[in-house]
Design a binder for this molecule. Structure first.
Ligand code: FCA
Length: 337
């Protein structure tokens, strides 16, 4: 009896150890037998639901085509270097990356070249001293158009609430070092001002890295303190998290959700507010397509390595507006619920 108990215990420990070993820290997904194609997918901020969702779809492509996906996070230049070295050591032939800093462009290009890895950037474009590195294959969003959608959604909702624009404050949490973020903000401002929103009531506030909800709350709180007289707010940023930070900051100051209209971009974080039983100041988001950014990029890289099919130099994706009224249907269509 005692021997049997020890045997069961040892077997249980071995099972646990085997489980730990197979869920290695790089988060590799299973590969089909025989396939030796390995693709690294490096993102700048793994805690952000957007990047989790990109990975999830990339994993689907890996499963379907039978290649190995290696998921890594790189929050700064040093991490980018070690991630690429790590991928090379594992024999990866392709690198898909959303860089933590576009200025790392020349370094990333030369590292990929050194290891003979094919390179595809996603979301954030690499930059050199003279601007975007347009000869690196890239898939990103049509940032200015999506920014315009944000602006239009804000205008429409101000109208439907009967707000007088001259009494409203517009808060923009900005990431000026990132081209796609700049264009999103510019697009929104263009539509707001074209519809008569006073430009001197648009308050831009820098959102520092890491760009998560906490840092957005900090930036927004400071900015709110500077404008105590503003009673009604609209808010926009480069993504959902910036707007969610602003909304949380208004809540902690007791500003009513009825006096806040926030419109985000991504959909993947903002959806949490739509799920709350009472509406918050997070009114809408432009839902992007993480399937295209994750599955499609991984598949393009796979075909490039396997069949020599070069992806298009540039791919620009679009978005659709979601609110708490329609998000379930629209996100389900994207395979997101
Ligand atoms: C940038 C943003 C992300 C997402 C992506 C498409 O990387 O930081 O939140 O919007 O573009």
């Amino acid at each position: 009896m005692r021997t049997l108990a020890i045997f069961v215990l040892v077997a249980a420990i071995m099972t646990i150890l085997a489980g730990c070993a197979s869920s290695g820290s790089t988060g590799e997904s299973a590969s089909t037998e025989g396939s030796n194609i390995k693709i690294g997918f490096v993102v700048k901020l793994a805690q952000e639901p957007w990047f989790q969702t990109e990975w999830k779809f990339a994993r689907e492509a890996a499963k379907e085509h039978g290649f190995q996906l290696i998921e890594l996070e790189a929050k700064d230049g040093e991490k980018v270097i070690s991630a690429i070295d790590n991928l090379a050591a594992q024999g990866a032939q392709g690198l898909i990356i959303c860089t933590p800093d576009p200025k790392l462009g020349p370094l990333i290009v030369s590292k990929a070249k050194e290891y003979g890895m094919k390179l595809l950037t996603v979301d954030d474009r690499l930059e050199g001293p003279d601007g975007p590195l347009t000869n690196v294959h890239h898939l990103g969003i049509s940032a200015r158009d999506i920014g315009k959608m944000v602006g239009q959604a804000l205008v429409d909702e101000m109208k439907s609430r009967g707000w007088n624009m001259s009494e409203v404050g517009a808060m923009a949490l900005t990431v000026d070092e990132l081209q796609t973020a700049r264009e999103r903000i510019e697009g929104a401002i263009e539509v707001l001002t074209a519809n008569g929103f006073p430009s001197d009531r648009i308050f831009k506030t820098a959102w520092r890295s890491p760009h998560n909800i906490e840092t957005a709350v900090e930036a927004a709180s400071v900015a709110l303190t500077r404008h105590p007289g503003v009673k009604k707010w609209i808010a926009f940023s480069s993504n959902d998290d910036g707007v969610l930070g602003f909304v949380r900051a208004t809540e902690s100051r007791g500003i009513s959700a009825a006096d806040v209209i926030g419109v985000g971009i991504n959909g993947t974080s903002g959806v949490d507010d739509f799920r709350k039983s009472n509406p918050t100041g997070f009114f809408a988001s432009v839902l992007l397509s993480p399937r295209k950014h994750g599955y499609h990029t991984a598949e393009m890289m796979y075909r490039w390595i396997k069949e020599g099919v070069e992806p298009p130099k540039e791919t620009w994706t679009t978005g659709i507006l979601i609110t708490r009224e329609n998000y379930q249907e629209l996100m389900a269509k994207e395979g997101l619920l």
